[in-house]
Design a protein around this ligand. Structure first.
Ligand code: TYD
Length: 139
């Protein structure tokens, strides 16, 4: 399976009427895991790169609920960039995949849905260490 296939774009139900829009995201349904944690990133400048890690356990879905950003996803072999520019669209990021979020618009609010509670020890923040671990797991 290609990296792109492993990181599908997910479209959420988008209910709109004359009053405005309403987007629904349900854990275990549109999101392929039960949501244990929600956090959001805002106030990052255009020149900031966030993320820069892989997670040994956690899976994520990223959605720009306001503004725009980009996420570059790599497994050390393949890589691609997703434009996060629609509040009704997210990208699924499995565990052991490296991600960099960047190019944040001034009004960017990047919603991150995670499959686990926070545990700093499951984050790999060193790219060389990540490559080493992924080779051990998937020789
Ligand atoms: P960090 O992982 O560097 O953010 P990002 O990957 O989005 O750039 O996290 C920034 C700080 O926030 C760091 O000190 C850890 C803390 N943090 C938590 O305590 N809980 C969480 O769920 C997250 C995502 C971060």
């Amino acid at each position: 399976m290609t990296l792109r296939d492993r990181c599908p774009i997910i479209k959420f139900a988008d209910f709109g009427d004359e009053r405005g829009k309403l987007v629904v995201i349900e854990g275990g349904q549109t999101i392929p895991f039960d949501i244990e944690r929600v956090f959001y990133i805002y106030g990052s400048d255009r020149d900031v790169i966030r993320g820069q890690h892989a997670n040994r356990v956690s899976e994520f879905v990223l959605v720009n609920v306001a503004g725009t950003s980009k996420v570059r996803i790599t497994d050390g072999t393949e890589d691609f960039v997703v434009d996060l520019d629609k509040p009704m669209t997210g990208v699924y990021i499995p565990n052991m995949v490296w991600k960099d979020m960047y190019d944040f618009s001034e009004d960017s609010v990047l919603l991150c849905l995670a499959s686990t509670h926070y545990d700093g020890s499951e984050y790999i923040r060193d790219y060389d260490e990540y490559i080493k671990e992924i080779k051990t797991r998937d020789p």
